[in-house]
Design a protein around this ligand. Sequence first.
Ligand code: ZN
Ligand code: ZN
Length: 383
Amino acid sequence: MAATRDYYETLAVPRDISEADLKKAYRKLALKFHPDRNKGDESAAERFKEVSEAYEVLSDPEKRKVYDQYGHDGLRGQGFGGASSQHARDIFESFFGGGGGGGGGGLDSMFEGLFGGGGGRRPSGPRRGTHLRVVVHVTLKEAFSGTTKTLTIQRNDPCEPCKGSGAAAGTKAETCSTCHGHGQVQRQQGMFMMQTPCPKCRGEGTVIKTPCTTCHGQGVTTNDADIEIRIPAGIETGQQLRLANEGEPGDRGGPRGDLYCIVQVKEHSFFGREEDNLTCEIPVTYSQLTLGGEVDIPTLEGTKTLKIASGTQSGRVLRMRGQGMPSVRGFSNGDLLVRVQLATPKKLGAREKELLEELREIEGATPSSAQKSFFDKVKDLFD
Ligand SMILES: [Zn+2]
Ligand SMILES: [Zn+2]
């Protein structure tokens, strides 16, 4: 076994780091080296494994104590293995699984690919089904209040007549005569003997002589399934919801894979979104900005009143606290950021025109202090 780097060094943190800061440091590194973001980069995968292992130990107060005192040897003596324990899996899932966003599907297979959990697979043992991914579209209003959707997905079910075996009723899959059930064959490649999946049974170890006529030996049939999914309030585009055991059926009685629902929040015609904040722009009049006043703002929960202070400049962004999106973690709402934009009228009534003409005369006689300082500045540029 290669020498293991110091866990604190791996995470680039001081030895007296708090639990909260440790979590932050890990999260940053884990995202940076996440296999989904570094496709095919083996050194990143290796680093990801390293930081995950370091965090697994240091985030567990008991293991951290042992590690601080005795180092890696202490952990081995205590029977703590590598990062394939349930604790590591929980950490991994809490960062990348469920509605956490960021991670890819196939979490289990990724976890196992990285950490080698799950043990060796015998060709004839039960095997977990593959994970499925679907995209779920929701409106901003649905994302605001949370909703339940029913999705119709195409997915396989174990074939009824053959009970998933693929062999016709009254027959059974037979042990492959080429590999004698091992699923692997030895092949000479130059100087070496290589193990490769058996070409006859494609690594299954068994062959079906008389295929089931319903599924043609596949063991599964494709059906429409209605899946109900609860979308939590505050969900954002790209976040994933995992429905355990709603994926493809497993082989030979293995459990179903999971179903990952990737959320897409549709663009809204009026509101923009910046994480938990909502943004919008409303037209206001010169007198509303100058004298101040109240304007009605449409929100996702009905009309609210926005106070405009006297002397507000056009283009200013006013904050309506707590009127944004709810946090998906359930803490608090974001804010609604309203940009007030002066709308110059294209048509004026006779009375309006009269008043504005009068206003122009007054302004001409006594320019506002803002205008005066502006002209002073500009004058300097031409001197
Ligand atoms: Zn075979
Ligand atoms: Zn069948």
